[in-house]
Each structure stands twice: as structure tokens, then as C-alpha cells.
Design a binder for this molecule. Sequence first.
Ligand SMILES: Cc1cc2nc3c(=O)[nH]c(=O)nc-3n(C[C@H](O)[C@H](O)[C@H](O)COP(=O)(O)O)c2cc1C
Length: 222
Amino acid sequence: MPDLAALQPPRLAHRPRILLLHGSLRERSYSRFLMQEAARLLETFGAETRFFDPSGLPLPDDADPGHPKVQELRNLSIWSEGQVWSSPERHGAMTGIMKAQIDWIPLEVGAVRPTQGKTLAVMQVSGGSQSFNAVNQMRVLGRWMRMLTIPNQSSVAKAYEQFDEAGRMQPSPYYDRLVDVMEELMKFTLLTRGVSDYLTSRYSERKEAAEKAAARVAQGAM
Ligand SMILES: Cc1cc2nc3c(=O)[nH]c(=O)nc-3n(C[C@H](O)[C@H](O)[C@H](O)COP(=O)(O)O)c2cc1C
């Protein structure tokens, strides 16, 4: 039976912690600009934001998990209560740079769950006309990482038209949509943070853990 008392989100004093990831190494990267614009909004709404620079991150399994970039990414993910993933669309898909970052984050390490039960907003930029391939894939990835992916999302078509020389987003319906998405992320994060253990607790896994514990006790008794 779900523990209804645990449904009350604790009132936490600290600002909501949001990690923002992006999937490009280009110097003038619109997915990074979009992510930075998102961070400005989140800070305005009262969040604390952090970025991860994917430059120098080894390909998955091409280095030891002790690699400093891998450790930095994992620690940021553990620190976060919510995340934003902003990927370009390349060949109709999220970039390998975006995917490689998620592939380095384990579902769980002992009792630590770097992504599970945390909120997620997905965003993409495209060079072509409106498309949702990358955000759709990131939704699947968010599910795999057991995250609470919010309903709204941002997809900026012809991204090269939407940012000025300094990398600031021009006023447009795309910008308004970004405000909507970040507002929604804040609401979902405030409602769910502090109860991620409760939200991600599964009957089948509790049952398996209880069976293993019983087997250990039985072995000890022999
Ligand atoms: C190899 C390659 C493939 C691309 N494939 C697509 C695509 O499938 N659909 C699309 O709309 N744009 C595509 N683009 C354009 C990128 O989405 C666009 O340049 C985007 O701004 C790149 O993100 P960034 O500015 O963050 O680096 C492609 C670009 C490259 C270099």
C-alpha cells in the first residue's frame, strides 16, 4: 500500500537545484544559447542552476568512471533536483554528445540514484523546419532514467534566426514557449523534490530486496 503520509512534499528551504545539459561542442551553439536562456529564467524564478561543459568528456566506457569529467557530471546529477536537456537535432536524432552524457550517468550506485524521481524538461534546436525527433527521443531516455519528464517542451526551428550576436534569444513565440516550459519545470520540481525516494519506490523491487534479505538471513542461520 502506498504510504499516504509520504505524499506531503517536505518544505525545503534551499532553492530548487537544476542541472542543465546541452548536446553540442560548437562555439556558436544554439542549443547552448537556448540552455543559457533557460537558466536565466530559472534563476529569475528562484532556482539555483549549474551547467556541465561536455568538452573533454570521454565516450562511454572509453575511460575509467574515475575520470574527472565523468565524476563532475555524476556529482552534478546527484546534486540536482531537476534537469534540462537541450540537444540539437542531427540526422533526425539527438546528438551523440547529448546521449554520451546520459550514458555516463548510472541509474543507481548503491543507495544513490542520480536521476530517479527528478524532474526533467527537454528542448531541441533544429537547422530545418519544425521537428520533434530529438525531444521525442529524450522523453524516452528520461523514462529510462526514471525521471519525471514534464508535459511541455521547447523545439526551436531554424535556430540560427532566433538568437542575436551575443547569443540572446529574440522575443518570439519560441521565447514565450521557453518561459512556459521553465515555469512548468519549476512547479513540478517544487511539488516533487524531497519525495523522489517515495516516487521511485516499486513493489517489484521491494519484493526482490525482501527475498534477498531473507535468503541472506537463511544462509547466516546455516
Ligand atoms: C551533421 C548534421 C546533421 C544535421 N541534421 C539535422 C536534422 O536532421 N534536422 C535539422 O533540422 N537540422 C539538422 N542539422 C542542423 C543543426 O540542427 C543545427 O545546425 C543546430 O543549430 C546545431 O546545434 P548547435 O547550434 O547547438 O551546435 C544538422 C547539422 C549537422 C552538422
